[in-house]
Write a protein that binds this ligand. Structure first.
Ligand SMILES: [Cu+2]
Length: 153
């Protein structure tokens, strides 16, 4: 390989690593759904992503499912004593021309009853159901990191 070809190959590798995976249905886009790799014995995890609504009307995330776990929409809140707790959220509004981040310390898709360890580099299919857009097939990219430790309960 010439030096130029090597550089091109390296650039391609970096580009593919950095590429944000986006899944779109109608006005709804789900950007970079991710979850952390699990540690041995860990039976729950949390999924994160950004959900964008390019439409003129609100839409609502009303459910999620996957073969590898039971998926439930949760919100983490911190009370006056600084104690974090998670509560189930029946539906999440995605405002028109807006977006909602599912992120640490906020909304997340709780993954319970994992049927397999989640390994870095895995790509796991799931379905998100929106009231207006319908059922959107996505894939969670499993990354490294310690998020699972925080969200393991
Ligand atoms: Cu949770």
């Amino acid at each position: 390989m010439t030096r130029l070809a090597l550089l091109a190959a390296a650039a391609l590798a970096v580009a593919s690593l950095a590429r944000a995976e986006t899944f779109t249905l109608g006005a709804i886009s789900v950007v970079e759904p991710t979850a952390a790799a699990t540690t041995p014995g860990q039976l729950s995890d949390a999924g994160f992503m950004v959900i964008r609504n390019d439409g003129d009307t609100p839409d609502y995330l009303t459910g999620a499912s996957g073969d590898f776990a039971t998926l439930t929409l949760h919100q983490t809140t911190v009370d006056a004593n600084g104690v974090a707790r998670m509560t189930a959220v029946p539906r999440l509004e995605i405002p028109p021309h807006g977006q909602v981040a599912l992120a640490h310390g906020s909304y997340h898709l709780m993954m319970t009853g994992l049927t397999q360890p989640l390994k870095a580099g895995d790509s796991l299919p799931a379905t998100l159901t929106f009231q207006n857009a319908g059922a959107l097939a996505i894939r969670f990219t499993i990354g490294t990191g310690m998020a699972g430790m925080n969200m393991g309960g």
